[in-house]
Every structure is written in structure tokens, then in C-alpha cells.
Design a protein around this ligand. Sequence first.
Ligand code: DGL
Length: 266
Amino acid sequence: MNSPIGIFDSGIGGLTVARAIHKQLPYLPIIYFGDTAHLPYGDKSSESIQNYAQRISSFLLKKRCRIIVIACNTASAVAYEKVKRHIGMKAIVFNVIDPVVDYVACNFKRGRVGVIGTKGTIQSRIYVRKIAKVNSAIRVSSLATPLLAPMIEEGYFNNYISRTIIHSYLSKKTLSGTRALILGCTHYPLIKKEVEKFYGKGVDIIDSADIVAAHIKDKIGNLYSFSKRKQPERHFFVSDYTEAFEKSAAIFFGKNIKLKKVNLWR
Ligand code: DGL
């Protein structure tokens, strides 16, 4: 197999997953789709997100992707089953939630684990339900943090405004007494340092990017046989051009990335 891996999110968040996949599987060609026209996904209805996710998956299939990663917690929470049914046997579909649930089950036996994410992810109660299924001794406290993804998308992190917003969310009573905090949105690795600073030592901050990449490598790594000398192709598509996306893509993958705008909803 030598087809590219297709990765999508509402915007730059999925780039954290794409970068981790690239680190673990450096010879794998990547097609990335940032659905910037519909950002943020966090406050859209499930029906809309399912519709976006199916269209994007069809686009990635047309680009010959045989592996599709829903690099967005919100879409993983509400559209994973729909996308899998839509794609059928044509590609393997991964979400970003199941590998994190497995990680929590392996690393924590009991106690309270917090999760922060978009309204869509938190209202779906997906982490609460999935973690209870694998270990009911772990209690999950969830908090919707809807300002964070748009803040990060706009490039607001490591500054006074981001610190104030992060502090105000993380001081909420719901999250007190947690042993670990799941960053349940793929945008949040970009504020991981600020979250770690808030807690200091003693609370594990679980960032899904590396966990998801390791899971994918484990499942598909041996299906591929790439020439190790050739630089793999990487293509970045967006549904609407934004400067923020271009800047972030360059931070993650270097300046000479090819950013193309496509309209899948015409
Ligand atoms: N990065 C996404 C997630 O993991 C979505 C953020 C948004 O568009 O609201 O949920």
C-alpha cells in the first residue's frame, strides 16, 4: 500500500495530530483538510457535522486516501459511526477518542479524570460513556470550554488573554480533585504548556496527538513500504482561506507547504 493518509479537522487543531503522525510515520504522504469555512464545529448541530464529515471523507477518498483520520474530537464524537458507514470498505477510519480512552484505561485504575472540550464533545458525553464502559471505578468530570478553540485558531496562546481564559475555565469546581486532565479537543495541545503551568506537578495532562499517532502506527505501520529516500508528498486543503491556518500550517510543516482552497459544498 502506498496511498496517502487523509486527515481532517475544522481548522488547525488536526495539524497537531498530523504532525504527530508525521513524526511516527515520516514516509507516509499526507492529505490534510481544514474545514475553516465551518469552524468552529463545537457549536454546530450533529447533523451539520455529520454532513461536513461525510463530504470531506468522500473528497479524501477521491484523493486516493485509504486511511482517514477524523482529527477532531467533536466530529469523532458525533460523526464517526456515520463516516464509517459512508466509507464502507473503501478506507480504514480512525477517530481521536478511542485511543485516549484505551490510554486512560491502561494508566489509571480509579479516581477522577477531567476532560475539557467543545460543547459538542462534552454534551455528547462520549468520554463519560466510553470510560465507564472500560473501567467504572474512574469518574469523569467534564467541562465545555467553547472559547478555547476559536481563541487558538486566531493565534491567541501564550499571552495574557489566553492565560486569563484558561485560568477561569480550569478553576471551575467541576474540575477540582482530578488526577489527570484529558485535552479533549485537537486544538488544545497548542495550550498544553499553559494548562500544565496552571496545575503544576501532580495532574497529568493527556494530549491526544501522540497517543493517536502511536495507535495508528501500531494498526497500519506494517501495511506500508515506502522508499525511505523520497520526501513524502503533503497537501493541505481548506474550505476557506485564512491567514491563521496558513501561519499554523507553516509552523507545523515548514514554509513551503502547498495550501489550496476547495469548495466541497458547491
Ligand atoms: N479541533 C476540534 C475538536 O477536536 C474542533 C474545534 C472546533 O471547531 O470547535 O473538537
